[in-house]
Structures are given as structure tokens and as C-alpha cells.
Design a binder for this molecule. Structure first.
Ligand SMILES: Cc1cc2nc3c(=O)[nH]c(=O)nc-3n(C[C@H](O)[C@H](O)[C@H](O)COP(=O)(O)OP(=O)(O)OC[C@H]3O[C@@H](n4cnc5c(N)ncnc54)[C@H](O)[C@@H]3O)c2cc1C
Length: 572
């Protein structure tokens, strides 16, 4: 079949903060840039970031301290060269965003206000009320538009064109009418965000299905540190919708059903402001031991009433709205019901410090880049600190954009023409899904996937639960071959899209489970009940797993980049 081939210098998949920032840099340098996104750019999950973006701006803070907090927060698995780069560029990133037009909240002196967040030694999170992500995304998107970036919304990217160690472009189809297309480019960048939708209780947008990870993995390329999934302590009970860490930063206090401030037991110094993994485990432990609240004893309470109406309306208006909408609880008047929720993915597509995708522990792929939550550069190691991820997306987005410009100017990547035949095998696969006529239903399989991932690969993990999950995933993959799609049309076929997304979730979930089985220690967000201590001797290393054509995984390990922050116990 002959299909259209569009040519650009740079094609970026994803229009969140990472994608928009990279696109803006590349376009401002005179390159032709196209951004493909399955959503309208402003609906990217970056827009949901409420709490803030870290930078050591105040006189009492320092870059060194930001770096130290990040290394410690990562449970020493973060690569210290990348952490140093990000923390040292954070103040400049804030100034850049301001210059672009983002308006941050101010303190009484007229300086950018900063709030405390978990695991940070100083108030460091800059914010725009509790709409930080949306403010930044709107600003950078507008600027990228002005600088000539071509945005194509509602285009679903289903594969990369990868040959002889080089990525030459992507395959996408238009969601409006399923028209397939090739986007042929010198440089391709993935900025497709997180993948929390693999879990039942999660804070992520419906679109966060990790497409890019499975696309990459199906070409035999590695995924890194996938076992590290962050559970945020304060998801709205039942749904997992996020109550930002700003709630704890502003002074929220956690209580169990006995009215005990239980964090005094788990983190006597930092209390509610210990890092996320510590607080999430504490909440889950209280619930497991029967001290949860409500009829089902399945949540705890966060109390903000002592802040008073003025502060809540000034600093947490969106959070108040969310709790009223989803729980019918007004945080000005009463404590609200929360439990841990799958929130952020530390692992992802492995990249070097300049965003080049790794082919293995030694080599890089030509013409292929990634940044933001889908990438693993690894600044968060085993656990991300709040407000470091918007920083990562914005800083590394820009930085990788600059590196693409540099690589192209130095002629490091040659343009390779794509042919429409390149799309044939991909079209066959999509057609097979669209016309499938079995008897399994996608929503049912998705529900089983999410439920079982939360149960068996969640906050607490055991060898047994993980092996059960490994089998469950094999079963679900088998059953996926027998799905039925009722909508056979080509116009806005959301059934087709959801089926493809489910297939992606099944593939990358296997990496989460495999990494978790092999990592016989507890570190950061990964907690194994049989191995409750961190084991630096055997596991101070990055997991790199590869999938073969039959879906079997093999794993090797990659060294962590250490620096001048010595290994130490992580206590709060
Ligand atoms: C509720 C919530 C609150 C948060 N609050 C904070 C916070 O206060 N501070 C902080 O530091 N971090 C926060 N985070 C995390 C942070 O917001 C994200 O990690 C970050 O914004 C990710 O940005 P991104 O650019 O990598 O991806 P995203 O913003 O998620 O964008 C992904 C893009 O990829 C596109 N895409 C994906 N797959 C495809 C495909 N197959 N084809 C085409 N397009 C595709 C999507 O359309 C979208 O445009 C929060 C996260 C959540 C869920």
C-alpha cells in the first residue's frame, strides 16, 4: 500500500513539557520540527502537575543541597552526573520559563514563593498556585507554536522505523479517520510521559499507557529500572486521583482510625514530609493492620482544617475542588480520605546524559532520543522526590532539544529515506487487531491487568505475589490474541486504540514484574517483604531488560554513576 511520507529534520512524539520544550529549542535553531500527539497538547499529563517545580533559589538553599537530597531520595540509585546537571541548571530553567511568560506565585517580598516538599531539606518547590504544570505547559506550548513548531494532534504513533542501528522516523495514524502515515526524520524523540495506567488505583491520565516503552522493547531495545514504580501517599480513596504533595507541604497531618498521628512511628523526624515511598508504605501498613478508616477500613485521613479557609483557598483551591467532587468532603471543614496511588514511573527508555537512547549497556541508537517521564536518564533512581519531575521534563526536554540541534549541525546523523513499504508489516498488525473476532473483551482484560498489578506488584511485593503476576501476564497476553473488536470502522475507532494501548500495557508490565522478581532487596519505591534492607553489594546497579520475539525477557545490569555523595543509610 502506498502511504504518505512526511519529511522533517526532527519528529517529536509527545506534547507534554518535555516534548514542547525540546520542540521549541530545535525550532528556534532553525530546524523543521513536527510534534505528534495522541491528545491535544494541553491535555498532556504535564498539565495535571499541581505541586511545583524544584530549584535552589533562596539564600538558605544551595545547588549542592538539592543534589544531595535528590541522590538520597533516589536511594543512591540515581546517576550522580545527571543529577548534578539537572540541579545545577534548575535555577536557570525557572528563569527561562519566566522569560517565556510563566507566572509563578510570589511571597511577600515579591520573590518567587517556594513550598516545602517531602524529602527536601529546604522549601524548594516553585509553584503557580496548585496549577503549576498547566501554567508551564500553556506557556511553552504557545512559545513553541510561535517559533514555528508544527503540532499534529490526535495522531497515534504505533511504531518506529528502525534499521541498522538507526531510527529513521515513525509510523503514525490519524485518529480521525485512521489514515496511516510515515514521518521520516533525521532525529526522532520520544517524550510520551508516564505509564501508571497499568495499575488499578493510579493518579495518571487515561492516556498514560506507556506506548513508547513497548514500541521500543518490541525492537529488542532495553528498558531500564522498570521495577521502580512510585506510589504517591495521597490519592483520593477509591479512585486514586491525586491530592498533591502540596497538601503535606502546607502542613497536612495524617491520622488512622484510632486518631493516631501514625507518622510519628515511621519517620519521627520528617513525619508527613518523609519521602513518598516511606509515607506510602506507612499508610498501606496501617490499612493492612486494620487501622484504616471508613466501613471498608481502606483509607486514612489527611487533616488540613487547621490551615484555615484563607490559606486553603489561596494555595490549594484545586485540591479542595477535587476532594469535594470525588469524595463530597470539604477540606476546610473536615479531614479527607486518602490512600496510596500508583503515580510515577522512575524507569523507562534508557538514555545517556544527552538524551541518546541506549541500544545496550555499551552502545547508543543513532538518531533516537528520549526525555521526560518515559525516559530513564536516571535522575530519580529508585524513588523520585516531589517537584523533581516537572523539572526533569522541562530541563531535559530543553537539553535534549539542544543536543539534537548540535548533532544535526555537526552532521552526526544522516538522513535516510523511508519507503512506504516500511509500513507494510505495521499495517498488517494493526489490521489484524481492527478486524479481530474472538471472544475476549478489551475492558475486561484491562481491568484484570490493573487489578492484579495493584495486588501483586504494588506497594508491598513478595516472590510469591510477583511469580503469580508473571503467570497472570502470560495468561492475559494469550487471551489478548483472542479479543473481539466490535467497531470495525475507521472513524475515531477508540476500540482499536484501546486494544493497541492494552497490548502495550501488557508488554511493559512484564518488565516491571521481571525487574522486581530479580531485585532481591528493598530500595526506594521497590519493597520486597523477604528482603527488607537495601543490598548495595549485590544491587547497586541499574536493571536493563530485553524482550525477544516470543515475549521472553533477559536481564543484564549497568553500573550506577556515583559521584561525591557517599553511600549512606536513608533515614528521615
Ligand atoms: C496528577 C499528577 C500530578 C503531578 N504533579 C507533579 C508536580 O507537582 N511536580 C512534579 O515535578 N511532577 C508532578 N507530576 C509528574 C509530572 O507531571 C510528569 O512526570 C511530567 O509532567 C511528564 O511530562 P512529559 O512531558 O514526560 O509527559 P506528558 O506530559 O505525560 O506528555 C505525554 C505526551 O505524549 C503523547 N503520547 C503518548 N503516547 C503517544 C502515542 N502513542 N502517540 C502519540 N502521542 C503519544 C501524549 O499525547 C502527550 O502529549 C505529577 C503527575 C501527575 C499524574
Amino acid at each position: 500500500m502506498s502511504i504518505a511520507i512526511h519529511k522533517y529534520d526532527v519528529v517529536i512524539v509527545g506534547a507534554g513539557l518535555a516534548g514542547c520544550a525540546a520542540a521549541r529549542e530545535a525550532s528556534a535553531a532553525g530546524l523543521s520540527v513536527c510534534v505528534l500527539t495522541k491528545l491535544h497538547p494541553l491535555r498532556s499529563h504535564s498539565g495535571a502537575a499541581q505541586g511545583g517545580i524544584n530549584a535552589a533559589l533562596s539564600a538558605e538553599d544551595s545547588i549542592e543541597l538539592h543534589e544531595f537530597d535528590t541522590v538520597k531520595g533516589s536511594d543512591y540509585l540515581g546517576d550522580q552526573d545527571a543529577i548534578r546537571l539537572m540541579c545545577s541548571k534548575a535555577p536557570e530553567t525557572i528563569r527561562w520559563a519566566e522569560k517565556m511568560g510563566a507566572v509563578f506565585s510570589r511571597n511577600d517580598e515579591g520573590k518567587i514563593a517556594q513550598r516545602p516538599f517531602g524529602g527536601q531539606s529546604k522549601p524548594r518547590a516553585c509553584y503557580a498556585k496548585d496549577r503549576t504544570g498547566l501554567t508551564l505547559l500553556q506557556t511553552i506550548y504557545e512559545q513553541a507554536h510561535r517559533d514555528g513548531v508544527e503540532f499534529k494532534d490526535e495522531y497515534y504513533v504505533a511504531d518506529i522505523l528502525y534499521k541498522d542501528g538507526k531510527v529513521n522516523g515513525v509510523f503514525a495514524y490519524n485518529l480521525v479517520d485512521s489514515t496511516p502515515m510515515i514521518f521520516n526524520a533525521k532525529a526522532v524523540m520520544f517524550a510520551t510521559g508516564g505509564y501508571g495506567r497499568a495499575f488499578k488505583i493510579n493518579s495518571n491520565a487515561h492516556a498514560n499507557t506507556g506506548d513508547a516503552l513497548s514500541i521500543v522493547a518490541r525492537h529488542g531495545l532495553p528498558l531500564e529500572d522498570m521495577e521502580f514504580v512510585q506510589f504517591h501517599p495521597t490519592g483520593i480513596a477509591g479512585s486514586g486521583v491525586l491530592i498533591s504533595e502540596a497538601a503535606r507541604g502546607e502542613g497536612g497531618i495524617l491520622y488512622n482510625s484510632l486518631g493516631e498521628r501514625f507518622m510519628t512511628k515511621y519517620a519521627p523526624n520528617k513525619l508527613e514530609l518523609a519521602s513518598r515511598d516511606v509515607v506510602s508504605r506507612a499508610i498501606t501498613q496501617e490499612i493492612l493492620e486494620g487501622r484504616g478508616c471508613g466501613a471498608d477500613k481502606d483509607h486514612v485521613l489527611i487533616d488540613l482544617t487547621h490551615l484555615g479557609e484563607k490559606i486553603i483557598m489561596e494555595r490549594l483551591p484545586e485540591l479542595r475542588d477535587l476532594a469535594i467532587t470525588f469524595l463530597g468532603q470539604d477540606m476546610i471543614k473536615e479531614p479527607i480520605s486518602i490512600a496510596a496511588t500508583a503515580h510515577y514511573s522512575m524507569g523507562g527508555i534508557p538514555v545517556d546524559i544527552n538524551g541518546h537512547v541506549r541500544k545496550n549497556t555499551q552502545e547508543l541508537v543513532d538518531g533516537f532520543y528520549a526525555a521526560g517521564e518515559c525516559a530513564c536518564v536516571s535522575v530519580h533512581g529508585a524513588n523520585r522526590l516531589g517537584a523533581n519531575s516537572v523539572l526533569e521534563a522541562l530541563f531535559f526536554g530543553r537539553h535534549v532539544g539542544e543536543n539534537i540541534v548540535k548533532d544535526l549541525k555537526e552532521n552526526k546523523i544522516a538522513f535516510k529515506d523511508a519507503s512506504s513499504n516500511d509500513a507494510d508489516p505495521i499495517l498488517v498488525k494493526i489490521e489484524k487487531v481492527r478486524t479481530s473476532n474472538g471472544n475476549e473483551r478489551v475492558p475486561k482484560l484491562r481491568e484484570e491487568l490493573q487489578q492484579s498489578m495493584t495486588e501483586n506488584a504494588g506497594v508491598f511485593r513478595t516472590e510469591k505475589s510477583l511469580l503469580v503476576q508473571k503467570e497472570k501476564l502470560k495468561e492475559l497476553k494469550q487471551r489478548f490474541n483472542n479479543i473481539r473488536i466490535d467497531d470495525k470502522s475507521k472513524v475515531y475507532n477508540t476500540d482499536l486504540q484501546e486494544a493497541i494501548e492494552l497490548s502495550h500495557m501488557l508488554d511493559f508490565s512484564a518488565f516491571i514484574v521481571e525487574g522486581a522478581i530479580l531485585r532481591k532487596e528493598s530500595r526506594g519505591a521497590h519493597y520486597r517483604e523477604e528482603y527488607q534492607a537495601r543490598d548495595d553489594e549485590n544491587f547497586l546497579k541499574h536493571t536493563m531488560s530485553y524482550m525477544d520475539k516470543d515475549g521472553n525477557l533477559t536481564t543484564e545490569y549497568m553500573d550506577v554513576v556515583l559521584g561525591h555523595h557517599e553511600l549512606a543509610a536513608r533515614t528521615y
